[in-house]
Each structure stands twice: as structure tokens, then as C-alpha cells.
Ligand binder design. Structure first.
Ligand code: FPP
Length: 277
């Protein structure tokens, strides 16, 4: 994987620092400035990678070919988001419900995780990407668990971007496990706050996603990051995941840059307009 360090990066970093001082309340989310487009970029992007099957069928290929093409695509997507300065990228690779697919497809997706780790980990490491696996890793074969642990350990010191691969992950399950953890730790009911639950989720310590993208036309969340995506901007595209490339990413980010995020409150300009009326 070849990540380019764009020459504009130092200027963008300076702009980000300046914004940290001047940010308005609605910008507490900490959006950054893209070194590529100069526009606002989300700190955390989450993606539902849908449409591998349809991509393959459209070409008269078996579904497996779609999943392989989808796995190939992950590399260029990581590269583009990292170039834009996105700090967290969370990809939905296999849901708790995906275990209900035919056994041969489940086995194929597990093999693709192995293939992805084997092929990409060194590149991820060289490019400063920190890898996390979110989900029921313990349900995977032991050899794969070891491979996952090695990859996580190798990349743990990296700080350019965090890549979360959600595998055997479900949003409701994530919340359930977090609550069970707090109960097991005998946290008193009065101390079970939103912050306590957030910290007990798989994504504990990470910012919530600012932008949630779903490819392939369907407009639903499918049990992905249910707690964390409470205020995420949603972006749906008809493009199938294996085709979702640089231009699609740039379009999604420029759409995001135009969104007004209010978090249930009002923007400073709205308050100003109210004062004037
Ligand atoms: C949806 O396509 C996609 C998935 C169920 C899995 C996404 C997986 C990958 C991109 C490859 C595996 C990645 C790793 C890191 C192992 P679909 O089969 O639901 O497509 P369809 O809706 O068109 O049938």
C-alpha cells in the first residue's frame, strides 16, 4: 500500500490547530481540514460495505468473486481516507447476523479476513495505521485469533489512523456486552452514565463516528454502531462496494463538509438570527 504524504499536510495541520482555538460550540466534534480538498473532514468515518453479491451477479460471477473484489477495495479506501486526514475508519465486514448465511459463504468471509491480514498488515504498519478488530473474535478459529493478536500488537504504536474491522459484530450486542460488563464490575446504577456505557463499548476511548456511509443503495443501519452513530451524518450511495473508490469518497466527504451539525442544539448563526429578529 502506498500512502502519499501530501505536501500540503503541514499547512492543514496548522489550520487544524488554529480551528481548535476558534471552533464554535457546534464544532466541538473536532472536524479536521482535508489536506486534499481543504474542506472539513470527519474525524471518524464508519462504512457499511454492501453490494459485493450484486456486483458479482451483475458480471455473471459467483458471489465469492464479489467478496474478493470487496476485500481488494479496502486497501484503496483506507489509503484515500488516510490521505484526507480521517483519523478513525470503521468497516463493517461481518455482522452477528451474517453467521446465518450459507456455511460456504461464512467460511469464505473468514478466509478473506485471513487473506486481508496476511496481505495488508505490513503495509498498514508501514503507513502508520493502528488495527483493531471489533466483535466476537473468540468465535473465530484459534489460528485466526493468533493472527489477529499479532497484527494488533504489531500496529499498536501507530498513530496516523485507527482502522477498526468489525467482524462478528452487532450494535445491540455491543450495547448488551457493555451493560453486562458494568453490572459485572458492580458499578452502582447512579454511575451507569452515557459516558460509562460509551467507554465500555468495543469503541471505548474512540470518538463517535461523524459520518456513516452505506454503499449499494439500501438505506438502513443494519445493527451497526447503534449507540455510537446517534449523531452521525448518514450518507447513502448506489455504488456497489467493490466500485466505491476515490471519487466516491471525495463526493461523500464534500457532501459531509456541507452538512450543518447541530447535535439537537442551534448553530451560532441561528442564535444570531434569533437575536436580530
Ligand atoms: C455485503 O455484501 C458485504 C458483506 C456481507 C461483507 C463485507 C465484506 C467484505 C468487503 C470482504 C471481507 C472483508 C474483510 C476485511 C474480511 P452482500 O453479500 O450483502 O452483497 P449483496 O447485498 O449485493 O448480496
Amino acid at each position: 500500500m502506498k500512502f502519499r504524504q501530501t505536501p500540503e499536510r503541514p499547512a492543514a495541520e496548522a489550520a487544524n490547530e488554529a480551528r481548535a482555538v476558534t471552533a464554535s460550540p457546534a464544532e466541538h466534534l473536532g472536524d479536521l481540514i482535508s489536506p486534499i480538498s481543504g474542506g472539513r473532514v470527519p474525524r471518524h468515518v464508519a462504512v457499511i460495505m454492501d453490494g459485493n453479491g450484486r456486483w458479482a451477479t451483475q458480471r455473471g460471477l459467483p458471489r465469492a468473486a464479489g467478496h474478493r473484489a470487496g476485500t481488494e477495495n479496502i486497501r484503496r479506501v483506507i489509503e484515500r481516507f488516510a490521505d484526507h486526514g480521517v483519523q478513525y475508519l470503521t468497516l463493517y465486514a461481518f455482522s452477528t447476523e451474517n453467521w446465518n448465511r450459507p456455511q460456504h459463504e461464512v467460511r469464505m468471509l473468514i478466509r478473506l479476513l485471513r487473506f486481508f491480514l496476511r496481505r495488508e498488515v505490513d503495509n498498514l504498519h508501514k503507513n502508520g495505521i493502528q488495527l483493531h478488530l471489533l466483535g466476537h473474535v473468540e468465535t473465530l478459529p484459534e489460528w485466526l485469533q493468533r493472527q489477529i493478536q499479532d497484527a494488533i500488537a504489531l500496529t499498536s504504536g501507530n498513530d496516523r489512523m485507527v482502522l477498526n474491522i468489525c467482524f462478528s459484530y452487532g450494535g445491540r450486542d455491543d450495547i448488551l456486552l457493555a451493560v453486562q460488563k458494568l453490572v459485572r464490575e458492580e458499578v452502582p446504577a447512579t454511575e451507569i452514565t452515557e459516558e460509562a456505557i460509551s467507554n465500555a463499548l468495543y469503541t471505548g476511548g474512540m470518538p463517535d463516528p461523524d459520518l456513516l456511509i452505506r454503499t449499494a443503495g439500501d438505506q438502513r443501519i443494519s445493527n451497526f454502531l447503534l449507540w455510537q452513530a446517534a449523531y452521525a451524518e448518514l450518507y447513502f450511495t448506489d455504488t456497489y462496494w467493490p466500485d466505491f473508490g476515490r471519487e466516491d469518497i471525495d463526493m461523500a466527504l464534500s457532501d459531509y463538509a456541507r452538512r450543518k451539525r447541530k447535535f439537537g442544539g442551534l448553530l451560532p448563526e441561528d442564535i444570531e438570527a434569533l437575536r436580530g429578529s
